[in-house]
Design a protein around this ligand. Structure first.
Ligand code: ATP
Ligand code: MG
Length: 348
């Protein structure tokens, strides 16, 4: 029996409804694979912020550090600006634990019709650089209120930062056995992107087992819509990866089932797994949130902890559930979160 300590941060809104569902799934699949999960719940949220003036306590990061992984629901609350949850919780965690890979798998499941005619069977993963690049704090504004006003925002790319995310993407492409696509824009961004391309080429040259190509982000965006099935692993900078992830999630048709991982591949620190969706205040408290985004995030967590067999069991159960139902209203069904979770547990 292997035991894992999992920090659970349900957060706000439907986060508090979907995280318990994913924990039940982890317990069920764990029982079949000789894994034990010890969950610690943390009430860190925007709701806590409105009560106590902080998303998490001062020793929050130290407490998380005692865990093997983090399962997060969603943070966001009407009236609390996004930057509070971002800078009060998500960014401190990503930075303190150097979660330099943002992993966003995208699949078009049978039974979940997306908006596109020819996208069925799409199965790809976007590996987004999560710590540097275009989202930097370097820059500023000058001459405000005058006709000469301007703003500057610098991108920061490092050899170390690019190398490590490309290596992660190469490992993943190798494991999946298909291909790697690198997103670039070296014809417009003439300093950072040629540097990115150079390192991609160097790293790929050392991995002849993976076939790879480089595509400009604009063309790649179009091709992801026109021919999404051709892609396998896509590696992209922070901004490009951010945009492509949402584009690909749109292709997949439902925000309710999409997961993401914030990963420290070197396993020095806990990695964090969460659904892509937010706190969804419009449906919070109704018991109809789709739990599958968080369930899939839990499967990513199992994979990261080295239990790909258990992760596959969860994915297979999800596949069957999506084909045969029951489904929550976001997928056109009439089932509740609890009913979908029950059905999934039965399949497991
Ligand atoms: P936040 O500010 O927390 O990111 P948001 O409103 O920007 O919230 P979401 O919370 O992701 O974004 O919600 C977008 C839409 O998708 C809402 O209409 C919501 O009800 C729906 N939605 C999101 N997640 C789910 C889910 N798990 N199940 C069903 N519907 C969902
Ligand atoms: Mg949002």
């Amino acid at each position: 029996m292997t035991t894992y300590r999992i920090a659970c941060i349900p957060g706000d809104g439907i986060g508090t409804e979907v995280v318990p569902a994913a924990c039940e799934v982890l317990e069920a699949v764990g029982a079949a694979h000789d894994l034990e999960f010890r969950f610690t719940g943390f009430d860190w949220s925007c709701e806590r912020f409105t009560r106590e003036g902080a998303m998490m306590p001062p020793d929050g990061l130290d407490r998380l550090r005692e865990h093997d992984a983090i399962l997060l629901g969603a943070v966001g609350y009407p009236g609390v600006p996004d930057h509070v949850s971002l800078w009060g919780l998500l960014i401190p965690i990503r930075r303190a634990f150097d979660q330099y890979v943002n992993l966003r798998p995208v699949r078009v499941f049978e039974g979940v019709p997306g908006p596109l005619r020819d996208a069925s069977g799409t199965d790809l993963v976007i590996v987004r650089e999560n710590t540097e690049g275009e989202y930097s704090e370097v820059g500023g504004r000058m001459f405000s209120g005058t006709p000469d006003e301007f703003a500057v925002q610098e991108s920061v790319f490092s050899r170390r930062g690019i190398t490590r995310v490309v290596d992660y993407a190469l490992d993943l492409a190798d494991e999946r056995g298909r291909s790697l696509t690198s997103a670039t824009k070296s014809n417009g961004l003439i300093h950072t992107m040629p540097f990115w391309d150079e390192i991609v080429e160097e790293r790929c040259a050392e991995r002849p087992s993976v076939s790879w190509e480089s595509e400009h982000i604009d063309a790649l965006a179009a091709k992801l819509v026109l021919d999404s099935r051709k892609y396998d692993v896509i590696v992209a900078s922070n901004l490009f990866g951010d945009i492509l992830s949402d584009l690909a999630a749109g292709v997949a048709g439902s925000i309710g089932i999409a997961p993401s991982g914030n990963i420290d591949p070197e396993r020095r620190n806990p990695s964090m797994f969460e659904p892509v969706h937010g706190s969804a205040p419009d449906i919070a408290g109704q018991g109809i949130a789709n739990p599958l985004g968080t369930v899939w995030a839990a499967a990513l967590m199992l994979d990261h902890l080295g239990h790909d067999d258990a992760a596959s069991d969860v994915i297979r159960a999800m596949e069957r559930l999506l084909t045969d139902g029951p489904r929550t209203p976001d997928l056109g069904g009439g089932a509740t979160t609890t009913e979908v979770t029950r059905a999934l547990l039965d399949l497991l």
